[in-house]
Every structure is written in C-alpha cells, then in structure tokens.
Design a protein around this ligand. Sequence first.
Ligand code: B3K
Ligand code: ZN
Length: 868
Amino acid sequence: MAQTPQAKYRKDYKAPSHLISDIELTFDLHDTATTVTAVSQVKQQGETATLTLDGEGLELKALQVNGTDWQDYTLLEAGIEIRALPEVFELTIITLINPEANTALEGLYKSGGAFCTQCEAEGFRRITYYLDRPDVLAKYTTTVIADKAQYPFLLSNGNKVEQGEAEQGRHWVKWQDPHPKPAYLFALVAGDFDVLRDKFVTQSGRNVDLEIFVDKGNLDRAHHAMASLINAMKWDETRFDLEYDLDIYMVVAVDFFNMGAMENKGLNIFNSKYVLANDQTATDTDYLGIEAVIGHEYFHNWTGNRVTCRDWFQLSLKEGLTVFRDQEFSSDLGSRAVNRINNVRIIRGPQFAEDASPMSHPIRPDKVIEMNNFYTLTVYEKGSEVIRMMHTLLGEAGFQKGMKLYFERHDGTAATCEDFVSAMEDASGVSLKQFRLWYSQSGTPTVKVSSEYDANAQTYALTIAQHTEPTHEQKEKQPLHIPFDVELYSKKGDVIPLQCHGKPVANVLNVTEATQTFVFENVVEQPIPSLLREFSAPVKLEYNYSDEELTFLMVHATNEFARWDAGQMLLAKYIRANVENVQQGKQVALSEAVVDAFRGVLLSDVLEPAFVAEMLSLPSHNEVSGWYKRVDVDAIAQVLKAIKVILATELQDELSATYHTLKQADYTIEHAAIGRRALRNTCLAYLAYTAQGNALVNAQYTQANNMTDTIAAMSAANSAGLACREALMADYSDKWKHDGLVMDKWFALQGCNPADNALDVIKQTMNHEAFSLKNPNRTRSLIGSFLSANPVRFHAKSGEGYRFAGEILREMNSSNPQVASRLIDPLLKFRLYDDERQAMIKAELEGLKAMDNLARDLFEKVNKALEN
Ligand code: B3K
Ligand code: ZN
C-alpha cells in the first residue's frame, strides 16, 4: 500500500471551499485512451484561494484557468491542489483514462461491448479532477463522441439537445440536465442495444418517454421491468404525491456491475439481473426483485436526487428512506404480510449479525475509511426500520405531512438525517428527541418482557426492560425510544381492549426507559400477549412463552405477521433445545403439538398459500447462528435438517396432497399464482426428504414450464442430496451454458451444495465456460454463496474452505476490491467459532493484512476484524 488509508470522521464536516455552478464535459471515447475535457464554472466560498480537487488514476493533459494554462498546482496522491486562483473563474481540465483496464467497475469502464459509468460513492474522481462530494451541486452538459457503428447509442443525464456526425465514422450527442446534481449522480453509456419504449403521462400532464436498453436479442426480457417502472411512477404519485420531473427516463441493463442498480438522474444503470426476465429465464423471486429494485431506483429521484445527502455519513437519509418506500411499494402491490416477513428475516438474520460483527456501525456512521464499505444492511435495512418506526409513531397522515415539509425545506439541496427528523417532528408535533438516538447508537437492543396477572385487581402488568450490548466500535449504550406494539387475547381468542389509568390506550406503547411497567386494567382473565407485533422495532424480543401460548397465537393473533412470528418462536425454542440435545449426543425431537400446529397451518382453508409457505419455512442457518455467542456450525445444520425430516415424515400426506392440488397449468406472475407456486415448492422441498422425494423432484424438473418450478426442483435435489441431482444439473447447464445470467442460479446451487466434495466441484466449476471472476454476478453466485450460504462446507474442519476464500480474496483484491470486500464478511466473524477454526480464519486475515497492495476496502475490514 502506498500510504496507510486514513479514516474520515462525521464530526469533521466542513462546507466546501468552492462551489461549481455548471460543468461541461466532453468524452472522446476510446477503449484504452478516453479523453475527458471538463470545463467548470467555479466560485470561491470561503477564505482560501486554493482549490483541492479529488482525482484517482488520472493522467492530467491540460489545466487552464479562464482559458490560460495554469502552472501553480501540485499533483497529490489522490487529487490536485490548484493555488492562487481568482474568486470566480472557469476551470478547464483535460484528463486521459483507460476504461478497458478498469476492472474495479468504478468510474468509466467497459461492460461487455459497452461503455458505462458508476460514480457513487466516489467514482467520479476516476473520470476527472473534481470536488467529488455530494454537497457540490452543478448543472451538467455532456457531449459524448464515439464510433458510430460500434456505439450507436450515446447516453447521459437529462435531455438530448444536439447530435451530429464526426470524422472517421464517429458521431456525437450532447445532453443537458437542468437539475443541479452532485457528481455521484452523473452517468454515461455508449453502446449498441435493443430498446423497449413506452410512455407515461404524469398527474400534472407531463409526457415522459420511457426507454429500457438491453443487450441485443433480449427485448423479450424487458417487459416486466417496464411494467414495474410504470407501476412505480403511478404509485409514487398516489401514495406520496411525487411526480417525475424530466421528459425522459432511461434504464440501461449491463452485465458487469458491482451492485444492484444506480439511480443516476434520468439514466439509471442496472445490473442486468434486475432488468431481464421472462418465464423461461427468471424465477418469481427474480420478478419480485426486479419490481423492488426498479421501484427503489425510481423512488430515489425524489429521495436521493431532488434532496441528496450533505456528506456520505448521511447515506441512510436517502437509502433508509428509499428502502422504506420500495418496501411499501411492494407491500401495496403484493402481500403486505409476506413482504414484512421477508424484510424482518433480513434484519434478524444478516443485519443483527452485522451489528454483532467488527463492522458494527450506527445507521449514520461516525467513522469511515472506504465509503463503499458502508452500503450495508445497517444503513439500508435498519435505516428503513428507523423510518418505519417514525411512520408507526406519526401514522400515515403525520408521516406524509413530514415528507411534504421535508421537500418544502430541502428540495434542490444536500441535507442531513437531522433535517429529515426535524421535518417529521415539526410537521407532526410528535417529539422525536430521544428517538434520534437510533441514528447514533449501533447494535441490537434486547427487549426482555415479563408479565404478571393480578386476578383480584383484574390488572395485567407488562414489564419491559431494554438493554443494548456494547458493540465493536461503541461501548456506551443508552435506552432508546422503542415503539412496542402489543395486543392481548382472551382464552377464546377475543381481543382484550387496552386500558391504562381508566383510559383506552393504543397498541403501540412508547418504551423509553431501561425498565418500564405498563399496567392494563379491566383484564378479567389471564390474557395471552402478542408482543412486538409487526416487528415494530428492530430488537431481539425475549419473553418466556409456553408452547401452548405460541400455538394459540399461530391461530388466533389478529395480525398475520404475529401468527408467523409465533410459529418462528415455537420453532426457535425447539431448535435451541435440539442443538443442546445434539451436543450431548441425543436425538433431535419435536413435540406432537408442534407437528400438529404446522399440520393445522397446512390444512387451513383460510390462509393465503404464500403466507402458509412462509409459516412452513424454518429460520436459516445464518439466522440461527446469530442466537449464539459461540456457533456450533455442524450441530445447527444437523438440527435444521433433522427438523425438516421430522416434519416431512409426519406431514407427508398433507404435504403431498397440497403439492398435487396446487399444480397450475399456465404460468402467470399474478401474486396469487406466485403464492401457489411458493407453497407447492415449499411442500416439494420437504417431500424431497421422504421416500418419494427423488421421483417427485425429477418429475417436476421434467414437466416444469417455467424457471420457478425448474429451480425449485433443482434446489430441493441439491439440499436433500437426491440421486437425480447430477442429472438435473447437467441438463440445465447444457441448456443454458451460453447465458451467464441464467447460469447464476446453477452456480449458486454449486456454491451451496452440502455434499462432501462441494469445494472440489466449485473449483472445477470455475473453469465452466460461463464462469468468470471478472464478472461480479458470477463471482457472487458461485463463490459468494459458498462463503455465506454453505456453512458446513465453508467451515469444514480441514480449513480448505478458508484457504480457498483467502486465495480468491487475494486475487479479487487487485481486480475488484468492492466485490472482494463483500465476499470477506463471513471471515470477519471468526471469533464466533471454536479455537481451531478461529486460528485458521485469522491466518487468512493476517495473510491479507500483510499484502503490500491491500485495497482500502479490505484494509478497513481486515484491520477492524483483527483489532481486539
Ligand atoms: N445508490 C446505489 C448504490 C451505490 C453503491 C456504491 N458502492 C444503489 C441504490 O441504493 O439504489
Ligand atoms: Zn438506494
């Protein structure tokens, strides 16, 4: 490493020394030598006549001030310092860059045959020297010049204003974006595409051209993305009264992309995974993912682009809020309960694990070395939970009033999380003073509840105690303001109205102290409490429920989420107890009552199939691991498998009957149809563990007329290690080997194959014609799933999984540090495992630490993990 990477602190924020009102960019595109000319109108803000611009990997060709060559500058390690400047001036900078050599996929790079950009968080500085920070907002005019035959489409932000022919078969297009924006929202694309076109008329009557650009031949896979975009535009008008503000909205799908998608103003660039789908290539999960991500990026146009972030520490201002909006979008269009369940699974699984890891941070971090490391589940998903809690406290009407005020105050500017909370508070009159702590305190609070019924006084007391354990980077914790949603039931299942001090009270209790008791009056019998309904706060709940209470809630809770959660708590009790059993050499066992409770769910004729599928799904190995300070990988895997086998055996008839009844002749992506497939395939996943499993799975694979059923069959064969697995895998690969995106599902199955020889097969699979470590999707599918979703094989006692991870990480460190930095997460948690495993993982981390070209991304994580 050239220099030890330095951390930045939130408390050190300073306003920029200069502002840039306009920038005119000209790109002369060539694969290995692209010339970028940037002409900026700059104005000094503070005292200094020195301007320090960010820049990385650039070759400076010219520097002029007001049209004259300027000598008074110094090139820095990561930028340029220009001195003795006038107060107002035009700055011209010409740089040379090499897009083809850019394997980090940040800045300007080639994806397949096309040029594209990724500038968030700090990629623009790899294009030109600039004030690459989100609080410098400029109007962009961009001219793109390239070979006409190879790159017929030349795109950038805003509206196309001019175009023309150039010498040697080249052509150019000029774009103008009327909305001032930070550099991270800049985008450019040049390539040859098929285009799906549609139109949208906004509520105020603006005509918007919608264009989705996909690789040639993929037009039939773009329709769902277009439908989702139109739904998102309508939904944002209806629910948030927000309308689109340009005449054109473009989405480009590219194959090489570090994350899901990017909300560049008017020109979203998407990982093709979140655009391309038809019934033969995509699963229902893919379809829902496309809807969510298309929505998410569109919603950023207001929450992110119109109001952006003052500095990167405020990232959750746009991300938490936009995730909340996309979750609401999916819930309004589909099943609210199923969406909530899936979001809660992410919080309780990987987000809680992040809180407990060396990378723990508040949703608004205080210290950052590499910003790309903070696009995390905490900032995004917990950030969304924090917004959701405000929504719960203010109600929909109060929340929408807050949104209106937020836009009134901050439209067209760069704002802070504090600005958002103030707007919510001022608009609603609800105090969020203590609530603000959710922004600065990291970690997962544990909420312990105990109850006491007084038959004589007819009172029922709930004592709620909250405690947050110290996290890696923050030792002191304070009590938070926790909205805690409860309901009480009589033995018959009737709702007992909540009343305190003689007055009715709402379901959402305001827990603000370390310990607090709520006494409910007029409770004529010992009630059964439903606690933390809707997961009203991102906390771990502890309450000593009996099996009977939980099976009661599975049936009687008025809210679907609460019923599901009761089922999960019941399973959790048995998983914990059985892990102990296994550790003591005893058998895994389930009580008959538990089996019957799940039988009841399966036989219910009132529950939606999609919901039943969720009820029947066990927590993941990762989620269960999060319950322990010391994780017994093998015992957990053994218990989860044994419980599946028990349920499959005991419920075989009901599973079989449901499986056969739910068969559908045609494939549609209506939510009800998705739900029926989900339940049918959940049944199949269980039946795979019975004697009929192999035949059933094989038959489903052969007869499937859509990708959802195909993958469900393969996945069942994979998890249960069925005899047909190899044949199905071979058949699929023959059919799809030319299509990397479709092969990703196959790579992921190889990655999480529980078989003993999985790692050898993975190593061979790296030679598959569709595989390449250069492509982040392929890498995540095969390698990422091995590291994060194949606990038994990854943590093999021999240490081979760890050594393999080390090799890959060392390679990816130089080619694509961002992807490497995502892959490494499971290794950071080495302290959770036994001494031998710890030592082996630690050795890999030490090896990385010793590398002399260790990227900032890995530097930050490796060092944190190895700190004591
Ligand atoms: N804002 C982008 C993420 C950028 C990640 C940079 N490493 C996508 C999104 O959240 O919508
Ligand atoms: Zn986002």
